[in-house]
Unconditional design. Structure first.
Length: 561
């Protein structure tokens, strides 16, 4: 990769003391990173969930036993294993066990339908799966359509101890009725797998940096859901990039991070899990952050120093009365991603906690972090920051030509964290790379004179009104400032006169809010063609597994109605 030059304005505006390059080859694999941490921090607390804490030494033993179990099944380096669990203690044990066995991890959203599961498992060629019992009924429906030979089922409290383990599992299954009946012949209980593994021989595989370690499924920038092929080098690089960027703000052995974002999502997978493990920090796993009251009660017990989230999570917390019961006095860093952090939300968060939400940007295809705002207080609210160390970002047209500063175009990037391609989809891979290895993100952005990047919007979400491009993010930023609005999404709907018109889908904070009042508010803030023509009030907005509002689903709903 060519060295950065003065042609890139971000080069001269890098935060003082932050290296512009990292060496992604200084570790042999993600496995090496884990082994270093298990040995170095063996007595420190690593993960906590539902009041149960495991040290690094204990996670080392459990994950080694699970790796031995996987090898005892005949699974070999490069075989794929699906993980389908929320944030529970079993997740890191299984993840690290899979890594130690040399398997390729296929992270799977637990809330997937049977159809979505079938697609992902068939596409990845997964041979094994570890699944929470709550979702096993869906697996039963499609198991024969896949290549899965080995099924491990875990109950939510399997790694809790004492009376709490049987009590929680009983309540979840028999009182709350959260485990639909299923019948999967040959399925093994997680606790039994650990027992078998403890008596089995573990053989450490030889893993190279270029070996594929993880498949992160994504809609990507085009087409159906496909697996972003992430190598060990991709993940090692991104961990090192994030550590380099945050040096001076996070400390080895001294961080407690709240993990409300699901670990099967690339944001939390890299930032919360791998990065914090390398630092010897503690992860407080939140199984159900949608239970806002219970979530706030749980985090009020911890002197947490680091918090990650998406805009909807921050907004939901700020609008809950129990936010005042949370002690933010130890908080040093708040990081936002997954979707644009709205300035109104950032302002309120900083007022409440004393710490701004520092926004970054990335995708499943980039492990994920491409750009970050500085943690030193000089960040530009509303931007996604500067390129990570050893990363090059440019604004390009559809032909791969760099555009003049300040002109909107597609955000394109090169760096050691960028995937090699989509799993077994050569044609799809070619579509998302320009000549020279520039990855096309599918996001429209601009670069300012200081080299800070700003997302204008997703290419697919852009609204065309009478020949003018209207970006939903801008509309939403305005609308959310209205004191009667809790959440909003702006989408384009067909219009016979202007091709498309702007429609607002709004969740009210104030029940008395009217369509007329909201449009009148927009008239004061937006030019004519950007003013919404339609407003629909809704009980809630469709969201992804991390809480990102799904405009696509809203558009689909409008077509159906």
């Amino acid at each position: 990769m060519a060295q950065a030059t003065k042609d890139y304005p971000w080069y001269k505006n890098y935060p003082e003391g932050i290296p512009k390059d990292i060496n992604p080859d200084q570790h042999s694999s993600v496995l090496e990173l884990l082994e270093i941490s298990f040995e170095k921090y063996k007595t420190l607390e690593a993960f906590e969930n539902m009041g149960k804490v495991y040290t690094y030494g204990e996670i080392d033993k459990l994950s080694r036993d699970f790796a031995a179990y996987l090898q005892s099944l005949g699974l070999k380096k490069g075989d794929r294993i699906a993980l389908q669990m929320p944030n529970i203690l079993q997740y890191p044990v299984v993840l690290f066990g899979a890594i130690r066995a040399g398997l390729i991890t296929v992270n799977t959203n637990p809330l997937y339908t049977a159809r979505e599961m079938a697609h992902q498992f068939k596409d990845s060629g997964a041979k094994a799966i570890v699944i929470l019992s709550n979702f096993a009924f869906n697996l039963e429906k499609i198991l024969t359509e896949t290549e899965i030979e080995h099924v491990v089922v875990t109950d939510i409290a399997d790694l809790l101890t004492g009376f709490k383990k049987p009590l929680v599992n009983f309540v979840v299954k028999n009182i709350k009725k959260m485990v639909p009946s299923y019948h999967i012949p040959g399925a093994v209980k997680f606790s039994q797998a650990l027992k078998i593994g403890a008596k089995s021989t573990y053989t450490k595989p030889r893993i190279a940096l270029e070996d594929v370690g993880f498949l992160q499924y994504t809609g990507g920038t085009t087409g159906v859901s496909k697996g972003a092929t992430l190598s060990n080098r991709n993940l090692v690089a991104n961990v090192l990039q994030n550590l380099a960027w945050s040096q001076g703000f996070i400390e080895e052995e001294n961080e407690i991070i709240i993990t409300a974002l699901p670990l099967y999502h690339i944001f939390a997978f890299t930032i919360n899990c791998l990065q914090i493990v390398v630092l010897g920090g503690k992860n407080v796993l939140i199984t159900n952050p949608r239970d806002m009251k219970g979530f706030l009660k749980e985090i009020s017990k911890h002197p947490f120093t680091f918090f990650t989230g998406v805009n909807t999570l921050f907004n939901g917390m700020l609008n809950h009365p129990d936010i005042d019961k949370v002690d933010f006095s130890h908080l040093k860093m708040s990081a936002g991603g997954g979707m644009a952090v709205q300035q109104a939300v950032n302002n309120r968060w900083k007022e409440k906690t004393g710490v701004p939400i520092v926004e970054g940007y990335g995708l499943s295809e980039t492990s994920p972090v491409l750009t970050m705002n500085p943690f030193n207080g000089t960040d530009r609210i509303g931007t996604i920051g500067l390129p990570a160390p050893s990363t090059y970002v440019a604004i390009m047209d559809d032909d791969g030509n760099e555009l003049p500063m300040g002109e909107p175009g597609e955000i394109c990037a090169k760096g050691p964290q960028v995937m090699r391609g989509y799993w077994q989809r050569e044609a799809e891979t070619e579509k998302v790379f320009h000549e020279g290895g520039w990855f096309r993100t599918g996001d429209i952005g601009i670069m300012d004179e200081d080299g800070f990047f700003k997302i204008v919007d997703r290419k697919k979400d852009m609204i065309l009104v009478s020949g003018f491009n209207v970006y939903p993010n801008e509309i939403e930023e305005v609308v959310v400032k209205h004191e009667g609005v809790l959440e909003v999404a702006a989408i384009g709907v067909p219009d016979p006169k202007s091709t498309e018109a702007v429609k607002l889908c709004v969740v009210k904070k104030d029940p008395a809010l009217t369509k007329e009042a909201l449009i009148a508010f927009c008239r004061k803030e937006l030019t004519g063609y950007k003013i919404p023509k339609h407003v629909e009030f809704m009980e809630d907005l469709p969201k992804s597994n991390v809480g990102k509002i799904l405009r696509r689903k809203l558009r689909d709903q409008m077509v159906k109605t």
